[in-house]
Design a protein around this ligand. Sequence first.
Ligand code: 5GP
Ligand code: ZN
Length: 114
Amino acid sequence: MTDCLFCRIVRGEIPTSIVKEDDELVAISDINPQAPLHALVIPRRHIATLNDLSAGDDALVGRMVRFAAGIAADKGYAERGYRTVLNCNRDAGQSVFHIHLHLLAGRALGWPPG
Ligand code: 5GP
Ligand code: ZN
């Protein structure tokens, strides 16, 4: 998926503020932040939507969640709390079709979401 925006970002072809990275994941600052901390945890491997996950991806998704929790802790939000979100397809407003876990923190977040 050479023309996928997040594939290009993880390959370093588009300048981006990287929050944290390892061999499988890259976390970046969202370009349009919805909270004081708004990061996106992106797998390096292209997976378009949650509907495309298979059992072999279970460890990857678990790793994404713990990666986000680690960032929240590093930034001092573990006790106050934070939200993680995975949007899938139209009704959830998914706009980039390469899965990514939103991490939002630093303000009281409304519930239910809009
Ligand atoms: P979605 O709506 O697909 O769940 O989330 C996509 C997110 O990617 C949005 O929050 C949007 O602001 C963010 N985004 C879109 N294009 C870029 C970009 O070029 N750079 C960064 N850092 N974030 C982006
Ligand atoms: Zn991609």
